[in-house]
Design a protein around this ligand. Structure first.
Ligand code: HEM
Length: 429
């Protein structure tokens, strides 16, 4: 121990990294992200699984990492053999057929599959789907409203009764899953969302049932093509190249998987942000009442930036030694880009911790960046805009039914969202 003399100022205490991934972190990760951005922007962390990974939290580094071809999506590049077998956090991913999905592969395989799927999953197909998303949304709100009489106070859990069923029914319809089978998907997806990080048995069974069902549906549709996304996946061809049946199955599965919990949480987190920012909510409600859509469009992007569903982009692995944000990264090291932290970086966004639905300079990373940029962004935007606008128009006095501090958050590694969202409203006459 050294004695302090009056001339030597005490050394500032070494800043200690905040606790990551615990319960408090899931409730509000943003102070921890601010700390990381400032003190340790490319930070070596031990994940709850015990795997060590680099967390990238500054906007400029994050954007660079997302597009950096030296960072592979293929788990075979992970230095840790157990992980290299495919334990990347997506249940059932070890199944060989599902390993070939877009988020696990690099060019040239990725280029080929993405080009084929892009021929089926087009912005035009999404646009044609607009009236159906509106119908599904209205139907779910009808059911919520019917539980209470006209003029009465009604209560609902908007996660279970609204945000959860909407995306699963929407993607099932788009894929061409017959109506009578859609509730099975709802149950399987419910199992996955409830127990994503928990007991593996039920989740593995649900993934297996989904995959088997999709495989059989694709097989049946080959001889009876219709006007749906699965038929388009089968039809899609590029210079004579087609998806194999196994590839089409993996593709349908990843569309479901990537497009489901994300959208649940876009709606849930988005509503939560509006409840917590009543001034912004009023502006949005007024503009919707005036028949305008501009604030809704910029608003959905801002809600994604402010508290988006995807905390961390999916895994990347260094294929060779590289330097990122001044930090040396060894070949084989996993790199996790923290989208939620990058999107609050004051070096990129003015007043980043404020929700500003009219924000126009808003190139957020909520949908990723580069060749893996979210394929489903047009569908997510359609669902998010329809869901929020319809709810606020039909139930204008919607309010939280519990104190905000009672809300419980589900923090997986990749996704963050509310477990429940209890609300009260007056039933319109
Ligand atoms: C990729 C976010 C909805 C399908 C991604 C990525 C992000 C993302 C961040 C890139 C991951 C990475 O680079 O590691 C979101 C958000 C959504 C949403 C925030 C909702 C608000 C959807 C929907 C679908 C979808 C509705 C489809 C129905 C996909 C697919 C990929 C992807 C297939 C992989 C693309 C590729 O690797 O080439 N998404 N997504 N997503 N998303 Fe989304």
């Amino acid at each position: 121990m050294h004695e302090q003399t009056p001339d030597t100022p005490p050394a500032p205490p070494a800043p200690e990294a905040p606790a990551l991934f615990g319960w408090e972190f899931a409730t509000d990760p943003y102070p921890a992200y601010a700390w990381l951005r400032e003190h340790s922007p490319v930070h070596r962390a031990t994940l709850p699984s015990g795997v060590e990974a680099w967390l990238v939290t500054r906007y400029a580094d994050a954007r660079q990492a997302l597009a950096d071809q030296r960072l592979s999506k293929n788990p075979a590049h992970h230095a840790e053999p157990a992980h290299a077998k495919g334990k990347t956090g997506i249940p059932g991913e070890r199944k060989a057929e599902l390993m070939t999905h877009l988020l696990n592969i690099d060019p040239p395989d990725h280029t080929r599959l993405r080009r084929l799927v892009s021929k089926a999953f087009t912005p035009r197909r999404v646009a044609e789907f607009t009236p159906r998303v509106q119908e599904l949304t209205d139907h779910l709100i009808d059911r919520i409203v019917e539980k209470a009489g006209a003029g009465e106070k009604g209560e609902a859990d908007l996660i279970h009764e609204f945000a959860f069923p909407l995306p699963i029914y929407a993607i099932c319809e788009m894929l061409g899953v017959p109506r009578e089978d859609q509730d099975d998907f709802r149950d399987w997806a419910g199992m996955m969302i409830r127990h994503g990080g928990g007991p593996r048995g039920g989740v593995a069974r649900s993934v297996k049932r989904m995959r088997t069902y999709l495989g059989e549906l694709i097989h049946r549709k080959r001889d009876d093509l219709g006007n749906d996304l699965i038929s388009d996946l089968i039809r899609a061809s590029d210079h004579g190249d087609h998806l194999t049946e196994a590839e089409a199955t993996a593709m349908a599965f990843i569309l479901l998987f990537a497009g489901f919990e994300t959208t649940v949480n876009l709606i849930g987190n988005g509503l939560h942000s509006l409840f917590m920012n009543p001034g912004q909510r009023t502006l949005l409600q007024d503009s919707l009442a005036a028949g305008e859509t501009g604030l809704l469009e910029t608003g959905i992007e801002e809600l994604l930036r402010y508290d988006g569903p995807v905390e961390l982009a999916t895994w990347r692995f260094a294929t060779r030694p590289l330097t990122l944000g001044g930090q040396d990264i060894a070949a084989g090291d996993p790199v996790l880009v923290v989208l939620a932290a990058a999107d609050r970086d004051p070096a990129r966004f003015a007043d980043p911790d404020a929700l500003d639905l009219s924000r126009s300079d808003n190139q957020h990373l909520g949908y990723g960046h580069g060749i893996h940029y979210c394929l489903g962004a047009p569908l997510a935007r359609l669902e998010g805009q329809t869901a929020l606008a319809t709810l606020l128009k039909r139930l204008p006095d919607l309010e939280l039914a519990v104190p905000p501090t009672d809300l419980r958050w589900r923090g997986g590694l990749i996704m963050r969202g509310l477990r429940t969202l209890p609300v009260r409203f007056t039933v319109p006459n």
